[in-house]
Ligand binder design. Structure first.
Ligand SMILES: [Zn+2]
Length: 624
């Protein structure tokens, strides 16, 4: 095969050309050798990343290891942050190494994601090109507009030196670009980025500090003694920076107040507001990266507020209050964990509460969201056979459309969020409203996060609930967390004067169900036997790109269900065999919905319980 040689030649040409065409772009790659200038205190691992070729989405990485014996190993992670194996080594090419004298030394691919370098002892430099064209907070992107880097997708690590400190320097950065990362590199003005040196205590810290480069908008605000940075890559006409700051200030204050803790001095929100399919956020210890489709911001900032509150609360739950099963990180294979129902789902429980405390949603909206969550779970038959813990364990399958079908899986976000609510209500029931989820999180923060200990997954949550209330939560965890016992909603909501009302209506169905992975286009996950969809040969995995000439998005199933049964829709579909159109006649099906309604009589006590619960407050027990 010689494709990489051809590509390399094309790139060489491009670079020569772009030196003349694109003003401001530097295209020659700065060479890194063992004898190039060294900082006074060189770290055991030094990373240099050249951005000389954004037009081809290529970064050139050099890794200098100053010490070592005859055989060195470098690994590329197969996953990072997002719980999906993505084999980042597939984007790597042209791996080379040289010794202290500058002579080439042998590099062998030992496994798909591991390279072995045989060289004399002492300094070596390993270099490679990496193709970065994955958008989103879980991705890494280099193009003419901007650069965004999740370093575990870009940088190999030395297993022997993973816990040692490393430095990182960006080279050949377009002169108009500025820099902001979450922790390690900080910020730099245009023309100054190349002079910035970041030092991470270890590889994990570097992986937790993604960087944004480009011509972004930036603002900052001070609150509760901390500085918050807000960085937006996008068109400033699509949103209002002042309103964004105001919204974030309300959320961050609500969370700091709720936790009675602020384990950082600076926190950075990086946003990508682009047009087209986008969605999702990724949490980090000192910031978050969030993508929202710019079209969704036109009306208001709620889509940003909801995901920002969720990611922000993660700075405690999962980043610092961290399950043992996620540590130490195994970058080379799936990390088996049964704790995501808590780390993800209960993060959503709290973030909706924080939106209420921040004054961004009211009680009614909170209860509407809660009812939608109940509806979502109850509509997936798999809730009868997949537990919240099993759903956590199988998070790694979520990239596969069949796995996401309602008969195959539930979502640990969805059931976890409900379990957080029920856990909170049970703690309140048992203590007459004086202890709650807030106490549980503060307890876990004191006993695990602040003592730099990890909690023993679901058992740790159970023990925390018991420590706070003095009552047993063994049955709760056995039946609803590890087990698949039907959630007896009314037993919990009665405390707040509410009950769940179940309705069945007839709605239109296309004869298939879709799911969308990470804000992408909807993909067919399940097909009804004997439906029009089956007769038309629609297959599991087909992507639905448009409906009646309009681009399809993750709300496709809801959109179709609101049409008239018996009417016809025109679908555009795409799979690996190509694109096609289909005229499909909608059938009818029964749809279940759930709502929360007041009990026939709601006592003042139940009203008081309800407002304390929805705001996440403890009730003060009367002295009498
Ligand atoms: Zn999350």
């Amino acid at each position: 095969m010689n494709s990489s040689r051809t590509a390399g030649f094309a790139r060489f040409l491009c670079c020569v050309v772009c030196l003349f065409i694109f003003d401001g772009f530097v295209c020659a790659v700065t060479a890194v050798t063992c004898s190039s200038p060294v900082n006074a205190e060189a770290e055991p691992v030094e990373y240099f990343v050249s951005l000389a070729d954004p037009a081809n989405h290529l970064a050139h990485v050099s890794i200098r290891l100053r010490e070592g014996d005859g055989r060195r190993t470098l690994d590329m992670p197969v996953w990072n942050a997002l719980y999906q194996v993505r084999n980042f080594a597939a984007n790597v090419e042209n791996v080379q190494a040289q010794d202290a004298s500058g002579a080439a030394v042998a590099v062998i691919n030992r496994t798909t994601s591991e390279w072995q370098i045989s060289a004399p002892g002492g300094c070596i430099v390993v270099s490679y090109d990496i193709h970065l064209e994955a958008p989103g907070p879980f991705g890494s992107m280099l193009n003419g507009e901007h650069g965004f880097f999740n370093w575990a997708m870009v940088l190999m690590y030395s297993p022997a030196l993973r816990s040692h400190s490393s430095s990182i320097r960006l080279l050949d950065v377009p002169t108009t670009w500025e820099l902001r990362d979450l922790h390690v590199l900080g910020s730099a003005a245009p023309g100054k980025v190349d002079q910035t040196l970041g030092v991470a205590r270890n590889y994990d810290e570097l992986a937790d500090s993604p960087a944004e480069l480009g011509t972004f908008q930036e603002s900052r605000f001070q609150q509760d003694g901390a500085t918050y940075h807000v960085v937006v890559s996008g068109n400033s006409a699509d949103y209002n920076m002042g309103k964004l700051d105001e919204t974030l200030a309300k959320i961050t204050h609500a969370a700091v107040d709720w936790m009675q803790d602020r384990p950082y001095d600076e926190y950075t929100f990086i946003y990508h507001f682009f047009h087209g399919p986008a969605g999702g956020g990724m949490e980090h210890a000192f910031g978050t990266v969030i993508d929202v489709n710019a079209d969704r911001l036109r009306k208001n900032l709620m889509p940003v507020a909801s995901v920002s509150a969720h990611e922000f609360f993660h700075l405690w739950n999962v980043k610092r209050i961290r399950p043992q099963s996620l540590e130490p990180i195994d970058y080379q294979r799936e990390q088996d964990t049964r704790a995501l129902w808590f780390s993800e789902g209960v993060t959503s429980t709290v973030s909706d509460m924080l939106l209420v405390r921040a004054g961004l949603i009211d009680e009614q909206e909170y209860l509407r969201r809660l009812a939608d969550n109940i509806t979502e779970l109850q509509r997936r038959p798999a809730y009868l056979w997949q537990s919240a813990e099993e759903s956590s364990l199988d998070a790694w399958f979520e990239g596969i459309p069949f796995y996401r079908s309602p008969e195959r899986s539930i979502s640990y976000y969805n059931k976890g969020e409900l379990l957080g609510i029920l856990l909170d209500l049970r703690m309140r029931q048992l203590t007459n409203g004086t202890k709650s989820l807030r106490d549980l999180f503060q307890w876990m923060n004191e006993h695990y996060a602040k003592q730099l200990r990890f909690f023993p997954d679901s058992l740790g949550v159970e023990q925390a609930a018991e420590a706070v209330t003095g009552q047993s939560f063994a049955d709760f965890c056995r039946d609803y967390v590890a087990g698949v016992k039907e959630l007896p909603y009314d037993d919990f909501f009665q405390f707040a004067g509410l009950h769940v009302v179940h309705t069945i209506t007839e709605v239109a169905t296309p004869g298939f169900t879709t799911t969308a992975n990470l804000g992408g286009q909807p993909e067919v996950a399940q097909i009804d036997p004997n439906s029009d969809a089956q007769r038309l040969g629609i297959l599991i995995g087909d992507r639905v790109t448009a409906i009646n000439g309009k681009p399809a998005d993750e709300g496709l199933d809801d959109e179709l269900s609101r049409l008239q049964p018996g009417s016809t829709v025109r679908l555009e579909l795409q799979n690996r065999r190509g694109k096609r159109q289909a005229e499909l006649r909608l059938g009818a099906r029964e749809e279940q919905s759930y709502q929360l309604q007041n009990l026939a009589t709601v006592t003042p006590e139940q009203r008081a319980h309800r407002s304390a619960w929805i705001r996440g407050d403890d009730e003060v027990r009367s002295a009498h």
